[in-house]
Structure formats: C-alpha cells, structure tokens
Design a protein around this ligand. Sequence first.
Ligand code: ZN
Length: 454
Amino acid sequence: MTDINEIKNLIKYAKERLELKERDSEYKSNRLLEIMRSGLEGTELEDAVYGELSLLPSEIDERFSVILKENGSKAATEWLYNYCVSNKYVKKDVLDKNPRFDTSNGLTITINKAKPEFRDPKKAKAGNSVDGGFAKCVICRENEGFAPRNKRNLRTVSITLGGKPWFWQYSPYGYFHEHGIAVNCEHTPMHIDRQTFENLIDFVDKFPHYFIGCNAPLERIGGSVLAHDHYQGGGEILPLHKAKIRTKIKDRKYPYVTVGILDWAGTVIRIKSDKRNEVVDIADRLRGAWVNYSNPELGIIATDENGVHNAISPTVIKTATHYEMNVILRSNITSEKYPDGVFHAHPEYHAIKKESIGLIEAQGLFILPGRLEEQLCEIEKIIKDQKPLLTELDEFKLVYNETQALYKSGKYADIHTAMQEELGSICYRILENTAVFKNEEDLMRFLKTAGFEV
Ligand SMILES: [Zn+2]
C-alpha cells in the first residue's frame, strides 16, 4: 500500500512542478505503479519515475518557445532550468553541497564531490560509445529518455545555430549557475573553424544573459567528449570575463576595433565590437595564425609526427553594447620532461589538479576533485597541531609547506582561509603553466605574424 501513497504524492508534485495535466494524472498513476513494481532501485528508479512524470520532448520544445516569445529568452531558460531541477535531472541539492569560494587573486574554486575524477584523457577521444551504437556517445540527442545511461528524465530544447539544428540541455553536475551545453544534433567531431565563431555569436544573440565557449578540440587540453561537437555555457560571468585588456593592439584590417592582450595568467586575446562580422573575421584570422605557428625555442610546435598541437578555445559574452570574444591560445604538446603536457599543470601541482585544464578552468573557475576535501582537511589539522606531514600525504608537500607559511604569517583569520588562499595561488600557477607565451614580447612577435600592429 505504501506504493499508492507515494504515487499520490508524486502525482501531486508533478502537477505542481512538472506541469502534469489533470486529464493525464490517472494514466500516470498507473504507469508509476508498474515502474515501482519493476524491481528498479535507487537512482535508476528515481530516473524512471521522473522521466515518466516529465513532459515529452516535443511539449518541452513547445513550452520553451511560447515562453521565449512571450517573456523573452531569460524567462525561457529559467523555466527550463527549474524544470530540469524539478524533474531531478539537474542534481542541484548535490551541487549546492560542493564547497566553493573566491580567492584574492580573482579565481573561483569549487570542489566537486559529485563527479568522479577523470584522469585518463585518452578516453575523451572515443567518447564512451555504448555497444550496439544506439546513441553514439554520451551527449548525442538520442540519449533523451535512454535508460542504459539513466537519461529517462533528460530533456533538451531545440535551437538553431548557423542555420543548423542544435539543442541545449543543462548539465546534471553543473559547475556554475545554469551550466549547460549546446550540442550539434549531428554526431560530428569537435572542431573549430570560422563557423564556430558564427555559431557562438548566434547563441549569445539568442541568449544574451549566457556566456558560451568551445573547448579546444584536442586531447589533454579540451573537454571530455571530443567525438561530438558541443559548446559549454551558462548564466555566470566567470573570472576571465571580468579581466581587463592589459595591452591594446591594432588589427590592420579593422584598426578601429578594440583588440587586446588580456590581463590574465593564460594567453588570451580579446576582440570587442558591436559588429559580428568584425569579431568573426579577426578571431578566425587569429585562429588560423595560431594553429600554424611554431617557435621551437618556446616549445611551441604546431604539428609533428604526433599530429596537431596548437588550438584555440574561444568564449564570448554579449554586453549591452558589443560582443566580447576571448580567444584563448592553447597547446597540447608534450615533452620528455612533461609527458602530460608542457602547457599543462606541472607535476608539482598534480596532487591538486591532474585532469585536463579545459575551457571552464581556463576561464578561472577551477573544479577540483572531491578527494581533496578530506585530504586538505587533514593537512589543515596537521599544520594547526604543528605536526610533520604524514608519509601517505607526501604528494602534498608543497601545499603543506606553503600553507604553513601563510598561516604563520598571521595574515589569515584561520588555517582554513590560509588553505583556500594557497589553493587560489596554486590554481593561478597552473593557469600560468597553460600560458603558451610566458612574456609579452614573445606574444607580440606572434601577433605581428597574425596581422596585428603592436
Ligand atoms: Zn554523439
């Protein structure tokens, strides 16, 4: 009998939060009864129940476009986000438990307790296809409602980018406010070309309250799914977007457009204009120049027997007056000394972060592995008790020494604040590791070859 009461509550919830219609409620009760007696348990059962209670994808599309038309795109995305929280696809209660803080050097750090650490970048290439090939990868639209991947409650909305069908969905374990992905309806590999900039600008034209960016389409410096073209965005202004231009440069073709080197630890060029064609033109020229640029003295090698090494990661916002396209220059080259990447987090920081530094981190929001919460707590205690570091925490020697010094300096209220500052400092140094140009003169030399006056 508990089933019946539970079903009543679920139907009530679905009417209030998931737009279930009275006419359908008895039918859905019967469907739930079957699901609850199917033997499914835990997250699978939750996924099946809320999937059944959610609107159909076509109904989601319809509701979204009606709200968009009547109340604008911000209201539409808010509605969709809340819907995906209500139907439990977005695990907001889990996300809200993740520690998150800003550090004095302008970075934001979060410890992700929900998602397992992803230490093998080779997996990204394959994109985890399931045998049988129904949904070719984890982000294909065919996953909407797909039980083997617990996507029965996944709902997406159709959008058009560059005249082609794409869709937008929220990330179940988002890293920031309304974190979502825009995905090509076609399963086609990640790539960046002129059309990418057009697509990104199409997106912010439609959703000017969101930023959107694209991971570098190479392993070790990009996202976890390289097999399927997608962008990441959402409703938060990230630290990189707040950074200012440090040095202005001039584009020869559009000398009146604001272009400059960003005051940022990584290597980033910002292009600001109210005309999209100027932004696209300059960004694409910069991309073309960078992917072909080599400077062996600096360790920059465009291509070798292992393939292409240079790529960019663009990210754009739309302000009240113009577009701001930030082009992050990246390289995934490795060496004997740095087998994980010359422009990757160096080994002394791997205890904190070993995973790829993708688009989100390159914008100053660091997602650190969940294991750190316990490990760092232990180190804080050891420092406070003035004890030596335990051998099993040996990889944290740098963190231990530096945090101890910060704590002893008396500048911080307590050991925990000192530790947070230490993490900010390490993440900043990781960003410096990813910078392909360590000084401005070298960057200027490259920019000259790319058609800029410096
Ligand atoms: Zn796919």
